[in-house]
Design a protein around this ligand. Structure first.
Ligand SMILES: NC(=O)c1ccc[n+]([C@@H]2O[C@H](COP(=O)([O-])OP(=O)(O)OC[C@H]3O[C@@H](n4cnc5c(N)ncnc54)[C@H](OP(=O)(O)O)[C@@H]3O)[C@@H](O)[C@H]2O)c1
Length: 485
């Protein structure tokens, strides 16, 4: 039942920051899985690049260790792993210096797809783009992949776009938001645009409201200094939640191609109303037992940065006028759980009596755990006792619906790296999209900073501050539970 594996074109993929956390945790294990799946052609090569001195053998050992560490429990065939490691090279390159660039220029082939993954601090993106150009390493068809964060406000994002644009065309730039690579997120598009069932109901006439939740149990320890400058708004809402909102709210694109999809997403961002302060709740996790508070984790005793945010948004267009979107994300919450819930309106008239009308259809799209979808429908509770109604889920857990092969579905990074090699930008953010998202975000952040707003403390292991519940309750709505499964 799972998709056929189509090998991609031969490629040279250079991972700048090839010894870093992201490369070891996600990119290299992902490439190994694609290799095992047969998607990497025999001529494909991966070249790790960073400042530290290593020869190929040492780099292969680093990658071998990373695969052991970050693919625990996976059955790794020793022969396949050796064959994969044979594809790897390492070149010591300094993004800011002269070292290594001539070597890299002599290694990269001109007759294969060239991809350069910038898995380094964003402050180095400009240096890398400039050096690739200066040393004439990148062909006109080469692709560059840039990681988040893409700027911290509109000005910095625009400056970064301008720098990259000096050396690369927009069709060569792949801005990663790994949420877009998730299987369920793409299934959201399949469900919306591949079925006749949902699209007629997908509007304010039938949808009461939409909830998007990305809840995490971890705190910010270990990345507190970075996080404290960003907060949940910049770290999660401006990118990941915004992308989920766009895919949920957008009009059907004329076809499933990169610009058609991205044009429609951009229209959603541009249709977002400014959000009044009363519709935003910010929170900060408190200490609990021997678990430190946000401020301790962030090493900033006076921090007013939010580790939680909930907000009510309006998309001002014909489809969504009057249907609010509620967004919520936070650290140290009750469970690691992410979902989009489309809550439909009550039936217009209940033939079963007044309170029997309280049942609502809800379509939930689960990103984690248990990727899949549920459609809650109202049925009669089985057995005698009259017409008692109950809501039951029509469960579409992919692992169950599609059999064991569904477990083999590539993770977001693997899929996205292969899309880069294929030259398919549909699941990557375009420069104007990122800028539009910052243009909407900046005034909200400025408003709370100017007002001296302080986040509400919340107990770890809960669903966030009480005030976030009120955001819903005051309009007679409720957040869905945050549950691990
Ligand atoms: N880690 C994650 O889970 C994650 C998630 C989302 C996004 N990201 C983003 O991904 C990027 C990389 O993050 P990371 O966590 O992997 O960082 P990291 O662990 O600090 O790794 C940084 C890498 O860059 C190399 N490097 C540093 N300065 C360099 C220079 N001047 N020239 C060439 N290479 C240089 C380092 O090796 P040397 O010191 O040997 O040069 C190392 O390989 C960042 O933009 C981050 O925001 C990371």
């Amino acid at each position: 039942m799972v998709s056929r594996i189509i090998p991609v074109e031969p490629f040279d993929l250079v991972i700048f920051g090839g010894t870093g956390d992201l490369a070891r945790r996600k990119i290299l294990p992902g490439l190994f899985r694609r290799f095992v799946a047969g998607q990497m052609p025999p001529e494909a090569r991966v070249i790790g690049a960073a400042r530290s001195a290593h020869d190929d053998a040492e780099y292969r050992q680093i990658v071998r260790d990373a695969i052991a560490e970050f693919m625990p429990g996976a059955e790794v065939d020793a022969g396949r792993l050796d064959a994969f490691l044979e594809r790897l090279r390492y070149i010591a390159v300094d993004a800011r210096g002269a070292e290594g660039w001539a070597d890299l220029a002599g290694t990269i082939r001109d007759d294969v797809v060239q991809a350069f993954y910038f898995s380094v601090a964003p402050s180095l993106f400009g240096d890398l783009a400039e050096k690739l150009h200066k040393h004439e390493i990148a062909s006109p068809d080469a692709r560059i992949v840039v990681e988040k964060p893409f700027g911290r406000d509109l000005d910095s994002a625009r400056a970064l776009n301008d720098t990259l644009a000096q050396h690369f065309d927009e069709t060569q730039i792949y801005r990663i938001d790994h949420y877009l690579g998730k299987e369920t997120v793409q299934n959201l598009m399949a469900v919306r645009f591949g079925n006749v069932l949902f699209e007629p109901l997908w509007n304010s006439q039938y949808v009461d409201h939409i909830q998007i939740t990305v809840a995490e149990t971890v705190g910010v320890a270990g990345r507190g200094a970075y996080y404290d400058r960003a907060g949940a708004m910049r770290d999660m809402v401006q990118n990941h939640l915004m992308q989920l909102l766009c895919l949920t709210a957008m009009e059907p694109p004329s076809r499933f191609n990169p610009d058609a999809v991205r044009d429609e997403k951009l229209k959603v961002i541009r249709a977002l109303d400014p959000v009044p302060p009363a519709d935003i709740v910010r929170g900060q996790y408190a200490a609990e037992g021997n678990q430190p508070s946000y401020r301790t984790d962030a090493e900033n005793p006076d921090s007013t940065t939010e580790s939680f945010i909930a907000m009510k948004l309006h998309v001002s267009n014909w489809r969504w006028a009057g249907t609010p979107f509620y967004l919520r994300t936070g650290k140290r919450l009750r469970a690691r759980a992410s979902e989009i819930a489309v809550v439909f309106k009550d039936a217009p008239h209940s033939i079963f009596g007044e309170d029997k009308n309280r049942h609502r259809n809800i379509l939930t799209i689960r990103l984690q755990p248990n990727e899949g979808m549920d459609l809650f429908v109202t049925i009669k509770e089985p057995g005698p006792g009259g017409m008692r109604l109950v809501d039951v889920p029509l469960d579409m857990t992919f692992a169950e619906a599609l059999g064991p092969e569904a477990q083999e579905v590539p993770d977001a990074y693997e899929r996205l790296v292969m899309d880069v090699i294929r030259g398919n930008q549909t699941l990557f953010m375009r420069g104007d999209e990122v800028q539009a998202a910052w243009a909407w975000t900046d005034p909200l952040v400025e408003a709370w900073e100017e007002a001296g707003d302080r986040p509400h403390p919340y107990e770890p292991g809960t669903t966030g501050p009480e005030e976030a519940q009120m955001l819903m309750h005051r309009e007679g709505r409720r957040w869905r539970e945050i549950r691990a499964a």
